[in-house]
Design a protein around this ligand. Sequence first.
Ligand code: HAM
Length: 422
Amino acid sequence: MADRLQAVKGMNDALPPETAKWNFVERRCRAVLESHGYREIRTPLCEYTQLFARSIGEATDIVEKEMYTFDDRDGRSLTLRPEGTAGVVRAYIEHSIAKSEPVSRWYYIGPMYRHERMQKGRYRQFTQVGCEVFGIAEPTIDAELCAMLAALLQDLGVQNVTCYVNSLGRGDDRTAYREALTAYLEGHVEELCEDCRRRLGQSPLRVLDCKVAGCAAVAANAPAILDHLGEASRAHFDGVRRALEALEVRYEVDPHMVRGLDYYTGTIFELRGEGGTLGSQNAICGGGRYDGLVEQLGGPATPAVGFAMGLERLALVVPGEPETFEPGLDVFLAHHGDEARLWALTTAERIRRLGYRADMDHRQSSMKTQLKRADRLHARLVLVAGEQEIAARKVALRDMASGTQREIAADDLDAEIKRSLA
Ligand code: HAM
């Protein structure tokens, strides 16, 4: 027997009615982002591998363990994007956007790929909605992003979400912190996992992000980054907090948060769902400042900040059964006999042009089967026509909610439908 064909592990099909809920969530995201002046950018699904190694960081879990990397037919190493920021920054530099606009607000929606251990809310292909803002160094934009996310989640009916913020500092403060952290970690080497021991010299911050229990225990007592911030970083972080308060965003400072990507400088944030549905994968979105990345990848020095949100995780916490997001049918056309089928075919087309959703059964089905189908499709109106009705230029119009049916003249049909669906 032939092998049963299956989707790749960790990469899921989205079927109706699930897709209806997805589309609803995506539409709301687009509406909220566009109301804040974000414009959509679409970048390729894969990039040259180097881009991710140089931006996300060689010593991160993503680059070390999780990328889908392969050689193309020219022998160049390509990687399916594990996140969106790197590609967006590459495009920003490649198209010299800084020359034509001082501030760019971009958003993207699309699949990302990470070869992670799977569990609820964690997949190998997942969808991110993300935003990147280039050209603004002021802390108010960091807070505006958090407020926009909180408003979006509220708009979608998601409850019990808290915004966590921290600052990773930059430049000199980072160097001072790195030294303090390295000294502390070196005193606990025995308790660290092998990966962390190896990464210690190169990237001590990664130890704070390690999920292994022993490392997490060491991280819990590590010196806090916030205690090592220089004046400029501290002032920026205070500015973020003041703006969050002005915007009335409920937030908490999480001094142990570091996030799993190396490009961050200054503010970082995560919105996490509390309780139930998401289990351990409770980060609905995360982001932060990356003021050094554009320059590091060969562009002009440009302050930047952004976030990405996992749509699968979002869909898990948005209330409502998927079916309830499906748009019902406005009109179903039931028919009996060849003439009536042609009438239904052309009339359905005309009704659609009036702006309504219309469907019919093309098969040779009994009237009972057709009415059942109309019911399953949640049709609001059903038009019933047989050969005699067509000959007499009449048709029956049934209102499915009330169950009432009446005969109407074919010539009055458009007006009757408009009146009934108003
Ligand atoms: P990230 O925290 O790696 O950040 O991912 C952002 C969000 O993507 C997470 O909060 C989560 O909702 C979702 N996500 C990540 N991995 C998975 C997975 N395996 N399965 C399902 N959902 C997942 C970034 O990717 C940064 N690029 C965010 C950013 C943009 N920072 C600045 N600009």
